[in-house]
Design a protein around this ligand. Structure first.
Ligand code: SF4
Length: 431
């Protein structure tokens, strides 16, 4: 099934100014190979240092989390699974009672927890456990010491990055109101990247700047009609909508991947806060030059190589834009699990006119297309990578791009390296 996306808005920034053509998008709704939203707890729990994620799920959910977290051993992890047993499913126990006891034990043992998320899963959804009501009830018991929120990470409703969207959406109604002007950067970023951006905003004279989620639950991120926000990640559709419902304004831009994306993203904030072109140039010139130099090192490896993206994280379109425009790669197919035509408008405008875009997945059909294209590198989930490597294709795990700091000028070289490394490895193996 195909769908036409209407012509895209013009962009007032350098190359973005050309009117974009209508694009044909291949929409597929078949079997898909992607992690559920629980997986996003892997990076959210690292970011929010006094939060805890209590998954209300099955042993399958617990296994997923253990294997996804396999490389990260904490003395006191900040997530756990409250297992719904068979007797709970059969209605033999009052599951709300069990949940009360589990939360009580947890909060007694871990007094440092300031924010507790009850995270729904497929099993809790199937038995229609009302976690919203449970969160309200428990909030009353533990207020003001601990805030308790809920969201769903179920595989029925979410793919792996949408778990973050659901989590942040649950946080927005809790944010304090303000009429003051300010900027909010929305989407979990590695601390090192957050610090770099904070320094650049300060040098530009933009402030106050808040990051959502913040490292500490007690950090207030005020929101109101004079709040402007930048999306740091492309998977935050519902969070953006909830912020807009509170009066905040989204600043459209490229996502901050690569020198071009980072410049566009910062420029959107600079324009909204009245920063002069001279000051913007003075602040960004040096880091942009460093990024360009870092990228030049990967040109020989990546220029002219072809890329095929399976839909996993929603980072695929900004990555394809970066790899094609700043490193000269060619694009066979760019798949995304969900295409937000407004948030992606600037990105889509910069993709080659003839690139095949696909939304959703019918995995067997997409595998056939990939085998036929024989791309130099395939961006895909863990489940597809090994079989494709066996068939002689070179792959890059999409989840790695979510865990690795890749945004901003200083990370441009690292981002290019993530794609160059598997190609170099394969060349060495072939010698
Ligand atoms: S939430 Fe659903 S898809 Fe995710 S691990 Fe649990 S059962 Fe599996």
């Amino acid at each position: 099934m195909t769908q036409l996306i209407p012509p895209l808005a013009q962009k007032a920034l350098g190359d973005c100014a050309a009117p974009a053509p209508a694009r044909v998008v291949l929409r597929e709704r078949g079997q898909r190979e992607v992690f559920c939203g629980l997986t996003s707890i892997m990076w959210l729990h690292r970011k929010m240092q006094d939060a805890f994620f209590l998954i209300v799920g099955s042993r399958t959910c617990a296994h997923l989390m253990q294997s996804a977290a396999g490389v990260m051993i904490f003395a006191e992890p900040r997530f756990a699974t409250a297992i719904i047993e068979e007797r709970d499913l059969a209605g033999m126990a009052d599951i709300n009672e069990e949940l009360n006891k589990t939360v009580s034990r947890l909060l007694e043992r871990r007094p440092e927890i300031k924010l507790l998320f009850l995270v729904g899963s497929c099993p809790s959804e199937v038995i229609k456990l009302d976690l919203g009501r449970a969160a309200e009830r428990l909030s009353m018991t533990y207020a003001p010491r601990v805030r308790i929120l809920n969201y769903s990470g179920s595989g029925i409703e979410t793919t792996f990055t949408q778990g973050e969207d659901a989590c942040l959406t649950a946080m927005v109604p809790e944010l304090p109101a303000t009429d003051d002007a300010g900027l909010v950067v929305v989407g979990a970023l590695a601390d090192v990247v957050e610090d770099q951006f904070a320094r650049i905003f300060e040098a530009l004279g933009i402030g106050p700047v808040h990051f959502l989620p913040s490292r500490k639950a007690g950090t207030m991120v005020p929101v109101g009609p004079n709040t402007k926000f930048l999306l740091a990640q492309p998977w935050l559709r519902d969070t953006a909508r909830t912020l807009e419902a509170r009066g905040a304004t989204h600043l459209p831009a490229l996502f901050p991947l690569g020198a071009e994306g980072t410049t566009s993203w910062l420029k959107a904030a600079a324009d909204a806060f009245g920063v002069s072109a001279e000051r913007f140039h003075a602040v960004t010139e040096m880091p942009r030059a460093r990024a360009t130099r870092a990228l030049a090192r990967y040109n020989d490896t990546l220029a002219g190589k072809s890329l095929f993206c399976f839909p996993d994280s929603q980072l695929e379109i900004p990555l394809a834009r970066f790899l094609s425009r700043e490193l000269g790669m060619t694009l066979e197919e760019v798949g995304t699990p969900y295409l937000h035509s407004v948030h992606m408008a600037d990105e889509l405008a910069l993709l080659p006119a003839d690139v095949r875009l696909s939304e959703g997945q019918d995995v067997d059909l997409q595998l056939d297309r990939c085998r036929e294209a024989r791309p130099d590198i395939t961006l895909c989930g863990l489940g597809l990578a090994n079989p494709l490597e066996d068939e002689g294709l070179t792959t890059k795990w999409s989840i790695e791009l979510v865990f690795t700091p890749i945004q901003g000028y200083e990370q441009c070289g690292d981002l290019a390296e993530l794609f160059a490394r598997p190609l170099i490895r394969r060349t060495r193996l072939a010698v």
